[in-house]
Design a protein around this ligand. Structure first.
Ligand SMILES: *Cc1c(COP(=O)(O)O)cnc(C)c1O
Length: 801
C-alpha cells in the first residue's frame, strides 16, 4: 500500500475530528493512538471486505482455526508493518511531534490467552495471511482477559484485566451474523412426516452468540484474514423475560478467561465456554458455506476446521449434530464428512491436562451432544474391538468410567492429528495416545511449532533487523529462510562487533525499563540470562533459582565470575499455590542478592511483573542466554526458545520439545545442553531416585536448600513447601538430578562470555539457523499436509484503495 507522510497527517487530523471532535494536537496520547488505529483500520477496510468474498468466489478452500485462546499482542505496529506503511506513518508522526513508540504503548494488549497456546494461534493467523491461506480464527471474546499481575511483598497479586474499558478499536461487532446456541433442557427424538428422526428440544436455555471480527493483515500482501471471537448475550426480543440470574448465567459464558492452561478446570462454566464458541463457529461456517455451495457433502472440499488442543474437541459431535439434525445426512455420510473436515493438534503430555468431562455434567448441559457421543463411542467399539481387542479399545474409547475423554473424541473424529515437536509427536504415539495411534497409525504426524519473525525480529528487534539488511540484504523479511546467509559472516570481526552493538542497544533499553519498573539499576555489560514463560513446576524455574544461589555462594566465597543479571517473567495460575511459592522465592532471592554488597555488580535478579506479549517484546531482543530447562519429556514444544534464538540468545537447555530441533539446527557446539533425556527420565522413574543423597553429596547445593528453611531467606511457609517438595516428596520434576549438569553447562557459558567474539559467533549461528522456525513455513506445512488448502497464487488480488 502506498501512502505519503503528508497523507498520514491529513488522515490523522480528520480522524481526530471525527472521533473526538478535537484537534489532534489537543488529544491525550491514548486518543491519538485511537485516532491512528482508526485510520489504519479504515485503510485496510476495503481490502478486508473484498477478501471475504474473493475466496468464496474463487472457490478457494478456507481454514477455520478453533482455539479457546488467542494472544495477538498489540496490533498497531504489526498492522502498519504488514500493510507496508510503517515508515511513512512513523515519519508522519515525527513531523507532527509525536513519538511512534509512545503511541504504540497506549494500546491495551488483548490478554485472551494464558501463554504458548494462545500465542501460537495468533502467530498462525498472522502467518496464514502472510502466505495466502484463507484463514479464520474462531474463539472467545472474553470481557476480562488474563489477570494483571503485581507483586506485593514478593507475592503475586491478581488484578482484573478490564481490557475493553476504552473499547477495542480493531474489532467490529457483527450483530447480523449472530447465531443461537442451546444448553440444557431435554431432547426427545421424534419422527417427522418423512420418517426422518428429528430432535425436539424442551426447556433449553438459548444464548445469543454475537461475533466480533478483527482483521488479520497479510504481510505486504493485499490479503486480509479474519479472527472471529464470539460474545454471549441474552437473545434479544425473546418471548420470555429472563430473570437477572438467568441473564447472568448467560453473560458469564464469555466474562472471563480461565487463568489456567494446564489443569482441568472441572467447572460447568468451562464446558459451556467450550461448547459456546464451537457451536457458534460451526453453525456460522455451515450457513456461510451453503450460500455458495449446494450440498454439505462438499464441505471438506472447501472447508478445513482445525481443533487446537482439546478445548474445541466438541466440534466432532457438534458437526455431526448439524449434519444429521439440520441437514439430514445419514450417519455414515455425516461421519465421513465430519472426519474429512476436522483435524486436531495435541499440545500436551501432562496427564493432568488431558481434558475429560463427567458424563453427568455433559449430559445435563448438552443433552443432544451426549446422545451423539454415546453413538460415536458405541460405533467405535463395535468397529475396532474385533481387530484390536477389548482391552486396547477400552483404553482408546471416548467414554470410559463415566468420563468423556476429549483427546480421544478429537482423534477419532479427525482425519489428521499432530504433535508440536518431533519428540512430542513421538511420545504421543508411544505413550500418551498409544492405543489410538495403534488403531490409526497413519493419522499421526508432526508439525513443529513456529513463531513470526515479523513481530519478534522486524518489530521487536530493529537493531538486529537493520544489521541483517546491511549484511545479507532485506530478502529475509519476506522469506525467513534467507537469514541462513548470515552464517557465512561468523569470522568477520566487523559483523561480530555490529552484532554485539545491536544486542547492547537492546540491553540498554531493557535496563531502562527494569530501572523504571523495579527501581533496580543494572548494567547492560552483564550477561542477560532470561527465563520467561508460565510459572510451572515442570518448567523448573526452581532449577534456575538453585543456579543463582550456587553463584551467590561462589561469589561470596571470593570466586570471580562474569557479571550476570537473571531476568524472570511469569504468571502463576491463581489457584496453583506451588507456582506462587516459587514466585515468592524468586522475589526473595532477588531481594537478598540485589542488596548484598558482597556480590554487587556481579549478580542481580530482576523479576518483571505482568508477563505478556508486550513485555516479551522488550525482553527477548535483550537476552544473551535463553533458559529452556524443563524436565525432558514434559514441554511439548516451547516457542519462547525460538523467539530468543531468533534474536541471538544462546540456549541453555534440556533435550526437550523443540530444543532438540534447535540443537539439530545450530549444531551441539552452538547450544549449551545438559540434563537427562526423556528416556533417561523414564528409566530413572522406574529405577528409583534419591534426591536427598544428591543434596547430601554437594555442599553448595546442600547450603542452598538449607537457605530455604533456615531463615536466611524470609520465605514463610513457601520455603518449607519447596524444600519438602524436593527432599520429602521425591522431587517429582528431577530438579536435583539435573542440578550438577545444569551448573556445569551454565559455567561453560561463563567461559564463553570471556571471549566476546567467540560468544557473538555462536549467537550469530543461532540467528542464522532460526529461519526454519518461522510460522510461515509451519502453516505452509499444515496447509499442504493437513488442511489441503493451497495458498492463493500471487497476482490475483490487489489493494482496494
Ligand atoms: C511465546 C510466549 C509464551 C510461550 O513461552 P514458552 O516458553 O514456550 O512456554 C508464553 N507467553 C507469552 C506472552 C509469549 O509471548
Amino acid at each position: 500500500m502506498n501512502l505519503t507522510k503528508e497523507q498520514v497527517s491529513q488522515l490523522l487530523h480528520e480522524a481526530a475530528i471525527t472521533l473526538f471532535a478535537d484537534s489532534l494536537e489537543e488529544l491525550p496520547p491514548r486518543q491519538q493512538y485511537q485516532a491512528l488505529a482508526f485510520v489504519v483500520k479504515g485503510l485496510a477496510g476495503p481490502t478486508w471486505a473484498a477478501a471475504k468474498h474473493g475466496a468464496d468466489e474463487r472457490g478457494q478452500k478456507q481454514v477455520y482455526y478453533f482455539a479457546i485462546e488467542f494472544m495477538p499482542g498489540r496490533l498497531l505496529a504489526s498492522n502498519l508493518l504488514n500493510l507496508g506503511i510503517l515508515e511513512p506513518v512513523e515519519a508522519g508522526l515525527r513531523d507532527l511531534g509525536l513519538d511512534p513508540a509512545a503511541l504504540y504503548a497506549e494500546e491495551t494488549e488483548p490478554g485472551l490467552g494464558n501463554g504458548g497456546l494462545g500465542r501460537l494461534g495468533s502467530a498462525f493467523l498472522d502467518a496464514m495471511a502472510a502466505v495466502g491461506i484463507v484463514g479464520n480464527g474462531n474463539g472467545v471474546r472474553y470481557d476480562q482477559g488474563l489477570f494483571e499481575q503485581r507483586f506485593v511483598d514478593g507475592y503475586q497479586v491478581e488484578l482484573p484485566d478490564d481490557w475493553l474499558r476504552d473499547a477495542d478499536v480493531w474489532e467490529t461487532r457483527k450483530a447480523d451474523r449472530a447465531v443461537i446456541v442451546r444448553f440444557g433442557g431435554q431432547v426427545l427424538l421424534d419422527r417427522d412426516r418423512l420418517g426422518q428422526i428429528t430432535p425436539v428440544y424442551r426447556g433449553a436455555e438459548e444464548v445469543f452468540a454475537v461475533p466480533y471480527d478483527t482483521a488479520i493483515i497479510g504481510y505486504h500482501q493485499p490479503r486480509i484474514d479474519t479472527m472471529r471471537l464470539w460474545h454471549a448475550e441474552p437473545v434479544p426480543d425473546a418471548p420470555e423475560v429472563l430473570t437477572a440470574a438467568a441473564r447472568a448465567r448467560i453473560t458469564a459464558i464469555t466474562e472471563t478467561l480461565y487463568p489456567d492452561d494446564s489443569n482441568l478446570a472441572g467447572q460447568e462454566l468451562r464446558l459451556r465456554q467450550e461448547y459456546f464458541f464451537v457451536s457458534a463457529g460451526l453453525q456460522s461456517i455451515v450457513a456461510h458455506f451453503l450460500k455458495y455451495h449446494k450440498s454439505v457433502l462438499q464441505l471438506p472440499k472447501y472447508v478445513a476446521v482445525h481443533i487446537n488442543d482439546t478445548h474445541p474437541a466438541l466440534a466432532v459431535a457438534e458437526l455431526m449434530r448439524l449434519l444429521l439434525d439440520e441437514h439430514h445426512l445419514s450417519w455414515e455420510s455425516a461421519w465421513q464428512t465430519t472426519v474429512a473436515t476436522l483435524s486436531y493438534t495435541n499440545h500436551t503430555l501432562l496427564p493432568e491436562a488431558l481434558e475429560q468431562w463427567p458424563v453427568d455434567l455433559l449430559a445435563a448441559q448438552l443433552p443432544r451432544l451426549w446422545q451423539l457421543i454415546q453413538e460415536i463411542d458405541r460405533r467405535f467399539r463395535l468397529r475396532y474391538t474385533g481387530p484390536f481387542g477389548q482391552l486396547l479399545v477400552d483404553r482408546a474409547a471416548p467414554v470410559v468410567d463415566g468420563q468423556i475423554k476429549m483427546a480421544a473424541l478429537a482423534v477419532i473424529g479427525s482425519h489428521t492429528v499432530n504433535g508440536v515437536a518431533k519428540l512430542h509427536t513421538q511420545l504421543l504415539k508411544t505413550q500418551t495416545l498409544k492405543e489410538l495411534a495403534t488403531i490409526f497409525p497413519a493419522r499421526f504426524v508432526n508439525k513443529t511449532n513456529g513463531i513470526t519473525p515479523r513481530r519478534w525480529l522486524q518489530l521487536a528487534d530493529a537493531p538486529l533487523a537493520g544489521l541483517l539488511d546491511v549484511q545479507i540484504g532485506p530478502g529475509w523479511r519476506t522469506d525467513a529462510r534467507d537469514i541462513a546467509a548470515l552464517a557465512d559472516k561468523q569470522d568477520d570481526p566487523a559483523v561480530l562487533d555490529a552484532l554485539i552493538a545491536a544486542k547492547q542497544a537492546n540491553k540498554v533499553a531493557l535496563a531502562g525499563y527494569i530501572q523504571e519498573t523495579l527501581g533496580l539499576r543494572v548494567s547492560p555489560a552483564m550477561i542477560f540470562d532470561v527465563q520467561i514463560k508460565r510459572m510451572h513446576a515442570y518448567k523448573r524455574q526452581l532449577l534456575h533459582v538453585l543456579g543463582i544461589l550456587e553463584a551467590y555462594q561462589a561469589l561470596r566465597a571470593g570466586e570471580k565470575r562474569p557479571p550476570r543479571l537473571h531476568i524472570f517473567a511469569a504468571k502463576a495460575a491463581p489457584s496453583y499455590t506451588y507456582a506462587k511459592d516459587i514466585i515468592k522465592l524468586i522475589n526473595t532471592v532477588a531481594d537478598l542478592v540485589n542488596h548484598d554488597p558482597a556480590v554487587n555488580g556481579a549478580l542481580q535478579v530482576a523479576f518483571l511483573p505482568n508477563y505478556n506479549v508486550s513485555l516479551a517484546e522488550k525482553i527477548v531482543p535483550a537476552a544473551d542466554i535463553s533458559e529452556q530447562i524443563s524436565l525432558a519429556g514434559m514441554e511439548a514444544s516451547g516457542t519462547s526458545n525460538m523467539k530468543l534464538m531468533t534474536d541471538g540468545a544462546i540456549t541453555l537447555a534440556t533435550l526437550d520439545g523443540a530444543n532438540i530441533e534447535i540443537a539439530e539446527a545450530v549444531g551441539t557446539s552452538n547450544i549449551a545442553l545438559f540434563g537427562m533425556t526423556a528416556e533417561e527420565v523414564a528409566a530413572r522413574r522406574t529405577a528409583g531416585y534419591d534426591p536427598a543423597a544428591i543434596a547430601e553429596a554437594d555442599p553448595r547445593l546442600k547450603k542452598s536448600l538449607g537457605m530455604l528453611i533456615d531463615g536466611s531467606l524470609p520465605l514463610g511457609s513457601a520455603g518449607h513447601t519447596i524444600y519438602e517438595s524436593l527432599l520429602v516428596d521425591h522431587d517429582e520434576y528431577f530438579v536435583l538430578a539435573d542440578y550438577a549438569s545444569y551448573i556445569h553447562a551454565s559455567r561453560v557459558l561463563d567461559q564463553l562470555w570471556t571471549d566476546p567474539h567467540g560468544w557473538a559467533a555462536v549467537a550469530l549461528q543461532n540467528i542464522a539457523a532460526s529461519g526454519r522456525f518461522s510460522a510461515d513455513d509451519t502453516v505452509r506445512r499444515y496447509a499442504k499436509e493437513i488442511w489441503h488448502a493451497l495458498p492463493a497464487r500471487g497476482g490475483q488480488e490487489k489493494w482496494q484503495n
